[in-house]
Write a protein that binds this ligand. Structure first.
Ligand code: NAP
Length: 357
């Protein structure tokens, strides 16, 4: 086992390469990948040329095949999943679209044991399969990062928050995680999502659902939350979605809003009580992230906090707090990567796209 397959983005083309199986530094583990999940960021890195010559992909699940020196949190044979920040031209051999991933032991989500489900459609549920575990990578890591490193909430502390949290894009992969963790933290959660997703949201105890197709969704949300919507996550992050989210939140209390895309224009005349941040998960593992001409700097505490953020997410997983979205399996084998990219590029609705290896 000296080489592995890794799918690269090279000048907006997906290219399959054979590269060396990575050697491990202290604290790192090698994961034999069993499933890979796809995120919008993957096709954006490819199609928009954000990654010009680097391995793509963030989400994976699998079994630990080898451990580096000093590893103490996991052992060979353990089932894990996680997010690595693929599409980085300065670290071209990092992407998760591969059969062996190298990752730091503090960056993985841990599971008692996982199995391959093997079905094409896996319903929402507690993550017990490689397919479901892979689907948690970026969305759970981003939630942990946003809540801990930006909002400064300790996500291991149940019922430590109060008031209403509005999750715009309630069943986007990010919104589904953000809503569940907000609920655990004690917020009353209002999900803004298509009405067809009501049952899915009910499964995780979110019963306040407002349909973003309704012209008066802001009024509906305020009718539920009154002037007590003190947190919002706009997981869609268009100028118009953020503008409406800002109208839904409290006008008198301090409000935090997270957006999923850095650079989302803030509305004019933003209430002085509102703070908007754009947590970017890549900054958990890198001091900065390059997006074409833009360089987004992290704060020094982001990488330092990362092990705690992931440890707290692991506590939630161990307590059974986290339900995975329905999974659609679009292919099997490492040659199915293009099928996964095509599926996520087309867009999803309350599901994660995954392939199995
Ligand atoms: N900053 C970060 O670190 C970070 C991390 C993860 C993701 N992201 C970004 O966050 C965004 C969401 O990612 P994701 O993986 O969570 O998305 P996703 O799962 O692909 O989102 C799909 C969902 O978005 C909903 N949606 C689409 N347009 C909408 C609109 N205008 N209003 C309300 N809902 C809408 C769809 O609703 P229907 O079901 O009704 O069609 C669908 O349920 C992406 O832009 C991604 O790149 C950023």
């Amino acid at each position: 086992m000296s080489t592995r397959t890794l799918w690269y983005a090279v000048n907006k083309e997906l290219v399959k390469k054979q590269v060396p199986v990575p050697t491990l530094d202290a604290g790192e583990v090698l994961v034999k990948v069993k499933a890979i999940a796809f995120n919008p960021t993957d096709y954006k890195h490819l199609d928009f040329g954000i990654a010009q010559n680097s391995g793509l992909g963030c989400d994976f699940s699998g079994d630990i095949a080898e451990v580096g020196s000093g590893v103490s949190l996991v052992k060979v044979g353990d089932s894990v999943s996680g997010m690595i920040s693929g599409g980085n031209d300065e670290r071209p051999e990092r992407g998760s679209f591969t059969d062996f991933v190298k990752v730091h032991e503090t960056q993985v989500f841990k599971f008692n044991s996982l199995k391959i489900d093997g079905s094409k459609e896996i319903p929402a549920g507690a993550p017990t399969t490689y397919e479901q575990a892979a689907s948690l990578g970026a969305c759970l890591a981003t939630t942990a990062f946003a809540y801990e490193s930006y909002n400064r909430w300790d996500t291991s502390k149940k019922n430590s928050q109060s008031g209403y949290a509005l999750i715009y894009g309630g069943v986007s992969s990010l919104g589904f995680m953000a809503g569940q963790v907000a609920k655990y933290l004690g917020f009353n959660v209002i999900a803004v999502a298509s009405s067809k997703h009501k049952d899915l949201l009910k499964l995780v105890g979110i019963t306040h659902v407002v349909d973003y197709h309704d012209e008066d969704w802001v009024e509906q949300a305020r009718k539920i939350g009154g002037d007590d919507i003190v947190y919002a996550y706009d997981t869609i992050s268009f100028a118009d979605t953020l503008s409406l989210v800002c109208k839904a939140v409290s006008t008198t209390k301090p409000v935090k809003i997270n957006v999923s895309l850095p650079g989302t224009p803030e509305p004019e005349n933003l209430g002085k009580n509102i703070t908007i941040d754009a947590p970017l998960t890549y900054l958990m593992s890198d001091p900065y992230k390059i997006f074409g001409p833009r360089r987004i700097e992290g704060e020094p505490h982001f990488m330092k906090d990362a092990p705690t953020n992931i440890a707290h997410a692991n506590k939630l997983l161990a307590e059974g707090v986290i339900t995975a979205l329905p999974v659609t399996v679009v292919g099997e084998g490492i040659d199915a990567i293009p099928a996964g990219i095509n599926a996520i590029r087309k867009g999803v609705s309350g599901e994660k796209v995954v392939i199995t290896l």
